[in-house]
Design a protein around this ligand. Structure first.
Ligand SMILES: C[S@@+](CC[C@H](N)C(=O)[O-])C[C@H]1O[C@@H](n2cnc3c(N)ncnc32)[C@H](O)[C@@H]1O
Length: 243
C-alpha cells in the first residue's frame, strides 16, 4: 500500500462534488494532507486520525517544507495530497510532482472539478455560450506588477469570457488594467463569493464600478470573478440560486 502519493483534486468545496476516485482514495489512504481551500465540509468526510492540515494559513508551513514532508511520509505510507478544485490549476501540483520525481517517489494525479467553471456554473453562468462567446481565459489576479506574465492588452481585446481566481485583493487594480488597455468600461462582471458552501452570494456590476460595489459589500475570498457577456444572462432567477 505504501510508497505512493496521490495528488487529488477535491473540487470546489461541496463533498458531493468529489470524484468517486477521490472518495475511494480518501478511504484507502494512510494519511491525507489537506490544503486550506478544500473547505470544512470536505474535511468532515475525512477520518480525523488520517487528516493532516498542511494549508499554509493553518499550518504555517512553507511550500518547501510541505514538499519535504510529503516525500518523508510517502516512504512508508500511502499519502493523499488533497487540493482545492483541480490540482493543476493554480494548485502548485506541478511543483510538488517535480519534487516527488527528484526524490524517486511514485505518484498519480486525480483531476478535480475546478472552481473556475463550477462556481460560475452553480450561479447560472456558463463560461462559454454558443451564441455569446467561444473562448474563456483563466488568469490569476494575484500576480505582482513587476513580474507579471499576463498580456493585459491582448486580454482586454480578446472579447471572450475572463475568469479571475485569487482576484479579491487586487480587484480594483485589475479592473483598471482592463479599462486602461481598452476594454469597454461597461463590460459586465459577476463575482461569486464562497461558491458551493450554501452561504455564498453573487455581486454584479461592470468593470468600472465592481471594485466599489465589492468594497461596499465587504467582499472576501475565496471568490471567482467572471467578466464578459455571459454574466448578463444568468440561467437561474436570483431567488432560485443556492450558492
Ligand atoms: C489557489 S487557487 C486554486 C484553484 C483550484 N485549484 C481550482 O481549480 O479551483 C484558489 C482560488 O480559487 C477560487 N476558489 C476556489 N474555491 C472556491 C469557492 N468555493 N468559491 C469561490 N472561489 C473559489 C478563488 O478564486 C480562490 O482564490
Amino acid at each position: 500500500m505504501g510508497g505512493k502519493v496521490y495528488i487529488v483534486g477535491a473540487g470546489p468545496g461541496d463533498p458531493s462534488l468529489l470524484t468517486i476516485r477521490a472518495l475511494e482514495l480518501i478511504s484507502e489512504a494512510d494519511l491525507i494532507l489537506a490544503d486550506d481551500l478544500i473547505g470544512e465540509e470536505i474535511k468532515k468526510v475525512i477520518p480525523e486520525d488520517k487528516l493532516m492540515d498542511v494549508g499554509k494559513k493553518t499550518s504555517g508551513l512553507a511550500q518547501e517544507e510541505i514538499n519535504r514532508l510529503i516525500v518523508d511520509l510517502a516512504r512508508e505510507k500511502k499519502v493523499v495530497r488533497l487540493k482545492g478544485g483541480d490540482p493543476f490549476l493554480f494548485g502548485r501540483g506541478g511543483e510538488e510532482i517535480a519534487y516527488l520525481k527528484k526524490n524517486g517517489v511514485k505518484f498519480e494525479v486525480i483531476p478535480g472539478i475546478t472552481s473556475a467553471i463550477a462556481v460560475p456554473e452553480i450561479a447560472g453562468i456558463p463560461v462559454t455560450d454558443r451564441n455569446i462567446t467561444s473562448t474563456f481565459t483563466v488568469i490569476t489576479g494575484h500576480e505582482k506588477d513587476e513580474n507579471s506574465r499576463i498580456n493585459w492588452k491582448a486580454l482586454s481585446e480578446l472579447g471572450g469570457t475572463i475568469v479571475i481566481l485569487m482576484g479579491v485583493e487586487n480587484l480594483k487594480r485589475n479592473m483598471d488594467k482592463l479599462r486602461k488597455n481598452g476594454m469597454d468600461p461597461k463590460t459586465s462582471v459577476s463575482i461569486i463569493e464562497k461558491g458551493v458552501t450554501g452561504s455564498g452570494r453573487v455581486l454584479h456590476g461592470d468593470i468600472s464600478n465592481i471594485a466599489e460595489i465589492a468594497r461596499e459589500e465587504d467582499l472576501s475570498p475565496p471568490a471567482v470573478i467572471v467578466i464578459g457577456e455571459v454574466t448578463r444572462f444568468p440561467l437561474y432567477e436570483e431567488e432560485e440560486i443556492k450558492i
